[in-house]
Structures are given as structure tokens and as C-alpha cells.
Ligand binder design. Structure first.
Ligand code: MN
Length: 438
């Protein structure tokens, strides 16, 4: 079941936290959850509101919460959000409604709640949960086509693609929040015309623009998740940059798939934009072309097809070291909608558990790179530069095929729907650091 639209989504709702009103990411209609530490403080749960962070560990000590909202605020006090994510959706929703009421303009308890706020600029963000497992899918069909064309011009999509959501098990240990430096990986690669492989820093370091899915309630081993129940297992979303070393990938990926080309680092945005906050932005999954196969029954639900997609617009911007030195703004290289996913998030969850695999609270799924059919919104340099054959020229006059040291990449996203206040995801930033010689 998809969360309901309620009073917390009202477009005329304003907050006494003045910076929340009109805030591009964190108006009172969003209220995303994360783990932060104030200066000299320990990590704890927080909620972003405007340019402030509300301390949930202080909220948990107050008498302003009761019932389900009290249980949820206790679980969200930190230092990790796994228990909060795994708790009942009704409790998360009750806490959202209570926080919305406490932060709304004219709220009677403002004086107490004000003491729970820290300027976000003074705080440090952490991973919101202990990520037990991280799985990356390949559900962006235009990405799959664009990449497939580079390697197999006559047969870009493999025959399974439209029948089964393709994925691989990623590496949870190297997931980091926005801002952590991205050290250029080294590894083994072999140029097509070289006689043998060599080892060294990746020369084809790339990004992948993806949405991250935070698993809420888990499932027991051996118990699949029905497609109509899958939404109850999605606690919220974030942005995810699946940094990729294309030269390492090309040499290592057959026959078992991605390995060291991917697991050196994954950057996520630190705030969990909840399924409840995203309720107004649910849209129909785009109809499949008539010639495409109908999904097998375990993946197909009319309810999911009717509201299983999200009206989220995604963007990638780059700022090179030279651009930053000259105070030039970041340059947007891609912009496009999340509706370019061929499978819904519910289908990804259901497929993942369909063999009995157990998902746990705080597990992370990546959707796969989300690209537009044309060049306006492709989510990787691999696609944008046709495998490095067609460099991109930046406004600074610099060109790029893949990332150079000092390059800073920013993913951003915004959910928007007519009649509702749009909400954003916050920063998902990484800067490429050179590998210091050992
Ligand atoms: Mn990926």
C-alpha cells in the first residue's frame, strides 16, 4: 500500500523555521530523516527542516510525543536508524504528523522545539543506517540500451532484460555519505590492443546517476514479498552515485559481473526522503511498448502499475578544480526524470525477495543508472562521450571524457507535482582525489 496524502503535504502549510518556507530541498512538507553530529557531539537522529536540523535524541527526551509517534522518535534517536526503518510504517507516519504539527507556523510548543535545532552548516552527516547489504540494479532501460549499443551494436539489450530485473550484489562497506573524498581506484585493466593487462590508477573513472532505496521492514528467509506488499518494505529514497572504473570493469566483468570496478566507493545523499513524504509524487509507471513482453504475474500488479513510479527529476552537475578556482558555477551535464526506469521500485523489491532472499531494515538498493533516451539526461560519462570517443566541452573550455582529479560531481533531485510543494534530496557530492603513491 502506498502511503496516504494527509495534512503534512498541504501546500499552504508553513513553518516557524523561516528558512524552511520556499526551501528547495527541505520545506516542512519533506521532513527527511538522517544521522548527524553537531560540533563536538555524538552521532544522533535528525530531521532536516530548512537550513536547520532537528535533534531527535532531544525530542525523544521530551514529553511532546506519545503513542506510535513516541515509539518512532525513540527508535529514530540514533545513533543508527535501522530500528526506525524496520518499525511499523504507521509509527513513522505518526511521527511525521507530530513533527509537522510541532514545526508548523503558530505551533504552541515552539519554545521547546527551538532548543532542538542546530544550523545544518555546523553539523556533520553520517550514514543513516548500518547497511547490511547493498544491491545494485540495472533498471534504467535507456542506460542499458546506450551501454549495450557501445558493446553490441546489433544486439544492445540482452534477451533477459525485459523479463527479469537485472542486478548484482554490491559492497556495503564502501558506501559513504555526500562529501567523502573519492580516491581514484587502481586496478587491473587491459587496452583492447595491448598484449596483456597492466595495473595502475583507473583512467576511465565515471559516475552513475541512481536513486537509492532504503529497505524498511524486512522479510524472513524463504518468505517472498508479494508485489502488492512491496511498497510497505520501502522506507524511503536517497540519491546514489555508483562510481565506476570503466577500464577495470571492461576487463573484469565477464563472466561474473561487476567487482572491483564498482566496490571501491558508492556515494549516497545522507537524508532519507521517506515514502510518506513522497506520497504526492507517485505517478503511473509508463506503459511498456506494445511489442514488449508482459511481466510475469509475480511482478505485475495493476495498483503498482498505476502508482508505482515517482515524479522525481534528477540532475548531474560537474565543477572542475579550474572552474572552482575561478568561482564558475557547476555545469549541468544531465537532467531527466526517474520515470525512465523500466521496472518500478516495488518490482525490484519483489524480484529481490522472490527466491526467498531475506531483506533487512537498512539494506540499500540502487536502481541502476537513470538516463534519458537522448543526450540531455544520460547518467554516465560512458554514455555521454560514447565510450570516451566524443569528449564533452565544459563552459570553462576544458574537455572531459572521464573524470579527472579535482573534479567535483553533484547529483541532485527534486520531486514535483501540481498542487504540492516540491521537495528535494539534498547533496550527493563527491570530489575525485588523486591516489597518493604508496
Ligand atoms: Mn550502477
Amino acid at each position: 500500500m502506498i502511503p496516504h496524502i494527509d495534512e503534512t503535504h498541504a501546500a499552504d502549510l508553513a513553518s516557524w523555521v523561516s528558512t524552511a518556507n520556499g526551501h528547495p530541498d527541505f520545506p516542512i512538507q519533506n521532513l527527511p530523516f538522517g544521522i548527524f553530529s553537531p560540533r563536538h557531539g555524538q552521532p544522533r537522529g535528525g530531521v532536516a527542516i530548512g537550513d536547520q536540523i532537528l535533534d531527535l535524541s532531544l525530542a525523544a527526551r521530551s514529553t511532546l510525543f506519545e503513542g506510535g509517534a513516541k515509539d518512532a522518535v525513540d527508535a529514530a534517536a540514533g545513533p543508527l536508524l535501522n530500528a526506525f526503518l524496520g518499525g511499523p510504517a504507521q509509527e513513522r507516519s505518526a511521527l511525521r504528523r507530530r513533527l509537522s504539527a510541532l514545526l508548523a507556523a503558530g505551533a504552541p510548543d515552539r519554545a521547546e522545539v527551538e532548543t532542538w535545532l542546530y544550523p545544518a552548516v555546523d553539523c556533520r552527516m553520517h550514514l543513516p543506517a548500518r547497511i547490511g547489504d547493498y544491491t545494485d540494479f540495472y533498471a534504467g532501460i535507456h542506460h542499458a540500451l546506450n551501454v549495450g549499443i557501445l558493446f553490441r551494436p546489433d544486439n544492445p539489450l540482452l534477451p533477459n532484460y525485459k523479463h527479469v530485473p537485472i542486478g548484482y550484489h554490491g559492497r556495503a562497506s564502501s558506501v559513504r555519505v555526500s562529501g567523502a573524498p573519492v580516491v581514484r581506484p587502481q586496478g587491473q585493466r587491459k587496452a583492447p590492443d595491448a598484449e596483456g593487462p597492466e595495473f595502475g590508477p583507473s583512467q576511465r573513472l565515471d559516475i552513475e546517476l541512481e536513486l537509492g532505496v532504503w529497505i524498511g521492514q524486512g522479510n524472513a528467509l524463504g518468505q517472498p514479498i508479494a508485489i502488492d506488499a512491496a511498497d510497505q518494505h520501502i522506507a524511503g529514497l536517497c540519491l546514489l552515485n555508483d562510481w565506476s572504473a570503466r577500464d577495470l570493469q571492461a576487463w573484469e566483468y565477464q563472466p561474473l559481473g561487476p567487482f572491483l570496478a564498482k566496490n571501491f566507493m558508492t556515494t549516497i545523499s545522507p537524508w532519507i526522503v521517506t515514502a510518506e513524504a513522497l506520497a504526492p509524487f507517485r505517478i503511473a509507471q509508463p506503459a511498456r511498448p506494445a511489442e514488449d513482453p508482459t511481466p510475469l504475474p509475480y511482478l505485475l500488479s495493476q495498483a503498482d502499475q498505476a502508482r508505482g513510479a515517482y515524479a522525481i527529476d534528477l540532475e548531474v552537475a560537474i565543477a572542475t578544480a579550474a572552474m572552482r578556482d575561478r568561482d564558475e558555477p557547476a555545469f549541468t551535464i544531465a537532467q531527466g526524470p526517474a520515470s525512465n526506469l523500466y521496472w518500478t521500485l516495488a518490482q525490484l523489491v519483489t524480484h529481490h525477495a522472490s527466491n526467498g532472499c531475506d531483506l533487512n531494515p537498512g539494506d540499500l538498493l540502487g536502481t541502476g543508472t537513470i538516463s534519458t533516451p537522448d543526450d540531455s539526461g544520460v547518467g554516465s560519462f560512458l554514455e555521454l562521450t560514447r565510450g570516451g570517443q566524443k569528449p564533452v566541452t565544459l563552459p570553462s573550455g576544458e574537455t572531459r571524457t572521464f573524470l579527472q582529479d579535482g573534479d567535483l560531481v553533484r547529483l541532485s533531485a527534486r520531486a514535483a507535482a501540481l498542487g504540492f510543494v516540491s521537495i528535494g534530496f539534498g547533496d550527493c557530492v563527491g570530489q575525485i582525489a588523486s591516489r597518493v603513491a604508496a
